[in-house]
Design a protein around this ligand. Structure first.
Ligand code: TNX
Length: 532
């Protein structure tokens, strides 16, 4: 009886004094300014959502999220009491900036664009506890946040040629990017080991280029490769591509397709041997590496690529189209009468100038359709195409040269942005490509090379993490390599340099693990390893 009495008293006590679980705000990427005020806002059964100025994507995203979390429909009405209010504010000049003020009475989100409001919603989500499913009340600390991004290009890349992942995973990846306020998804769709986008005009790309004869279990340069003899591959249909683009758009993410040229083209040449210089039959590549079968600079090839790009442009609204340009050995061009003829006719000096001619021709075509090209830094060799943006991966030299010449650049150096590198020195790490890129090194990446003046540095559009997938046979492995390293990359891309602090970051990552768990993301956890 005594026990019953005690538990009654306890129940009574906890009823009259409900526990308020408040988090210290743990937002990634860190906002420009965040002030914690006394008090908190409580989302309860009556809280409404008020969309004063018709923010669309941000409103839909927030509404879906809240309805899911609270198991009820949310009434949208004009009120600022017990409400989450989305409001237009022309004084917020940053196109992706926002303010959040939460008090006991309401939460006000202000922005001058839907993108700004969308990023406010991402921060608001991170002010809530992780396990909010089916709650009747959610507590949000009283805060004042003023925020805007450091860089306008905040990207993640994914290679789907070496290994392919289903559309659900592509969406999951994009969703995680959105949470981290990233805004460009670089989709590496073609390479030697597989062509992954449906092009209706060229059915053999689907029949032949999309498949290889093994899942390729071997190491990079080792012989013999451990082929398993199983047909491997696939491609995204145009309908699936549209679905991905719409999904990304609803999250303010632009999707940049990459169609590789003139190198990394062996899969396409396997389907259409006339695109190569030798005319010989080749296989969709069965090893990793760099291959000599590259596109021949013939009229036939240019027509093929223009037709492919026509279908690509029809699907992708992106201003930028990535045309690759990396790792194109010139051996076959040296002995090809067609290539030598083009060199002669155009008064070119050598095969490097021929590569430049090739890229410039494709640039002209894309520019005439209102698009801009991005290319890997090899496109500097032999002369840079006049309007090209350079993606600098072999260190920062290429970026410095391009920015000094007045070209835009995106920083993706292997040293800080290659998430196919090992992330710890633990001997149990799954096989990776080599290299070592722990979390702290990603975090300490400074995207503005000191060689650039302030004026030149304006050409640094931003940064991107790259995921080359030679050794990532499953999407769970991609998650393992991408997370948590996507977190520091988002902070490099978004947060002001003076706000960056690795200790604070690590504390936030620790809490963020719960968020990643809730999203069923298979992140690596090396936070407390000595060498990591
Ligand atoms: C170089 S980075 C490549 C890729 C490989 C990667 C492996 C770049 C433009 N080309 O084809 O997958 O290294 O780290």
């Amino acid at each position: 009886r005594f026990l019953i009495l005690c538990s009654l008293i306890l129940t009574l006590f906890s009823c009259t004094k409900p526990q308020v679980e408040l988090l210290s705000p743990s937002i990634i990427p860190a906002p420009q300014s965040l002030q914690v005020n006394p008090g908190h806002f409580t989302i309860n059964k009556e809280t409404t959502l008020s969309n004063h100025d018709d923010f669309t994507a941000s409103y839909n995203f927030l509404n879906n999220f809240l309805e899911h979390a609270t198991d009820r429909t949310w009434e949208t009405k004009y009120s600022d009491n017990n409400a989450i209010v989305l409001e237009y504010d022309s004084t917020i000049t940053s196109k992706e900036g926002y303010h959040i003020v939460s008090t006991d009475r309401n939460i006000t989100i202000k922005a001058s664009t839907d993108a700004g409001a969308f990023y406010a919603v991402q921060s608001l989500k991170q002010l809530m506890p992780v396990d909010i499913a089916h709650r009747t009340e959610i507590h949000i600390p009283a805060v004042t946040i003023k925020d805007e991004p450091r860089f306008k290009y905040r990207g993640m890349h994914l290679d789907v040629s070496r290994h392919m992942y289903d559309v659900d995973f592509i969406k999951k990846y994009i969703d995680a990017m959105a949470m981290l306020k990233m805004n460009n998804f670089h989709w590496h769709l073609t390479d030697d080991q597989g062509w992954r986008i449906e092009i209706k005009k060229y059915p053999k790309l689907q029949e032949i280029a999309a498949y290889r004869d093994s899942t390729l279990l071997g190491h990079y340069n080792d012989t013999p490769h451990q082929y398993d003899g199983k047909k491997y591959g696939g491609y995204y249909t145009q309908e699936e591509v549209r679905e991905v683009i719409a999904f990304a758009k609803a999250r303010h993410i632009n999707v940049i397709p990459e169609i590789e040229m003139p190198g990394h083209a062996q899969a396409a040449i396997a389907a259409y041997p006339e695109l190569g210089c030798t005319g010989e039959n080749v296989q969709v590549a069965m090893k990793w590496g760099v291959f000599e079968d590259i596109y021949c600079p013939s009229e036939e090839t240019f027509t093929f690529l223009e037709n492919v790009l026509d279908e690509v442009m029809e699907l992708f609204p992106s201003k930028y189209i990535h045309i690759g340009g990396d790792e194109a050995p010139k051996t076959q061009w040296k002995s090809s009468p067609i290539a030598q003829q083009v060199i002669k006719e155009n008064g070119l000096k050598d095969e490097f100038e021929l590569q430049s001619y090739f890229i410039q021709r494709m640039e002209k075509y894309l520019n005439s359709k209102g698009r801009q090209i991005i290319g890997w830094d090899e496109i500097l060799e032999g002369g840079l195409a006049p309007n090209a943006t350079v993606m600098s991966w072999r260190g920062t030299k290429g970026a410095i040269e391009a920015a000094k010449a007045g070209h835009d650049v995106i920083m993706t150096p292997t040293s800080h942005a290659y998430f196919d590198y090992y992330q710890s020195e633990n001997e149990n790490e799954p096989l990776a490509i080599g290299g070592f890129l722990p979390l702290e090194k990603v975090y300490n990446f400074n995207p503005i090379p000191k060689e650039l003046s302030d004026e030149e540095a304006i050409h640094v559009l931003g940064v991107q993490g790259n995921i080359w997938t030679e050794y990532m046979t499953t999407s769970k492995q991609v998650e393992y390599m991408a997370f948590p390293r996507m977190l520091p990359m988002s902070e490099v891309a978004w947060s002001a340099d003076e706000n960056k602090n690795y200790d604070s970051f690590i504390n936030r990552v620790e809490y963020f693990h719960k968020r990643l768990d809730a999203m069923d993301i298979n992140y690596a956890n090396h936070l407390y390893e000595i060498d990591g």
